[in-house]
Design a protein around this ligand. Structure first.
Ligand SMILES: [Fe+2]
Length: 231
């Protein structure tokens, strides 16, 4: 039986008439709920098996790489993207993983060759809670802390994008009084609907990178975007 939950009619602070919702569960097809105008975030929970987690942890500890490029669902395209990586269990896993995820992403977005980035993150890319200027983005952290996100009902959107204050102060303002920040686990798929998705302007999913800079923690992160972008 599928484990799926949909937040029920959240109420956004200062926006009593509309509030987007988030969905979560264990079914990969849950991502298609992003087609609903009132859903802006989907989290598919997939705890990694211990043997795979240990293999990926080992890979993350030794690898120094980032692969980036446009990839289609065709096996040759996936193979070309993974070419820089040495053959082994981790590469076999990612061959299967991309063959699993790309058909979902392309069907959802109708983008035949999305842009993928797979690599190590050991710095704080985006400390402030923010929305992305993209259509749909998928993030998966395989080792290390996952992306943090904020339930819609707990976001004070009027404080997003504050460039005039430090990240700690900005984040405190964005979070509502009793808001609990969520964090995706290793292997979870986090699907974010951004500001550029048709009809979603002003209602992008609010998230941030976990803080790892200077800690020695390395995250192994896969990012799938509809289009190449600098964000
Ligand atoms: Fe972001």
């Amino acid at each position: 039986m599928l484990n799926t939950s949909v937040s029920s009619a959240p109420i956004c602070e200062n926006f009593p008439l509309f509030c987007p919702r988030e969905v979560s569960g264990s079914d990969l097809a849950l991502a298609f709920r992003l087609r609903d105008a009132d859903v802006n975030l989907c989290e598919v929970r997939r705890p990694l098996e211990q043997a795979l987690a240990e293999e990926l942890q080992c890979w993350t500890g030794t690898a120094a790489f980032t692969a980036h490029g446009r990839v289609s669902v065709l096996p040759d395209s996936i193979e070309a993207f993974l070419k820089p990586f040495a053959e082994g269990q981790s590469k076999i896993f990612f061959r299967q993983e991309l063959a699993r995820l790309l058909p979902i992403f392309t069907a959802l977005t109708e983008v035949a060759e999305p842009t993928l980035t797979l690599g190590i993150v050991d710095h704080d890319a985006c400390r402030k809670f923010h929305t992305d200027e993209v259509g749909i983005r998928m993030l998966c952290t395989y080792t290390g802390p996952g992306t943090e996100w904020v339930p819609n009902a707990g976001v004070r959107r009027e404080h997003l994008g504050r460039g005039d204050i430090a990240w700690q102060e900005a984040n405190a303002l964005v979070l509502g009084k009793d808001t609990v920040t969520q964090r995706s686990g290793e292997g979870d798929l986090l699907w974010l609907k951004g500001e550029a998705w048709p009809g979603n302007r002003g209602w992008g999913a609010v998230h941030r990178s976990p803080s790892v800079q200077g800690s020695g923690v390395r995250r192994l992160l896969l990012k799938i975007d509809m289009h190449p972008c600098a964000c």
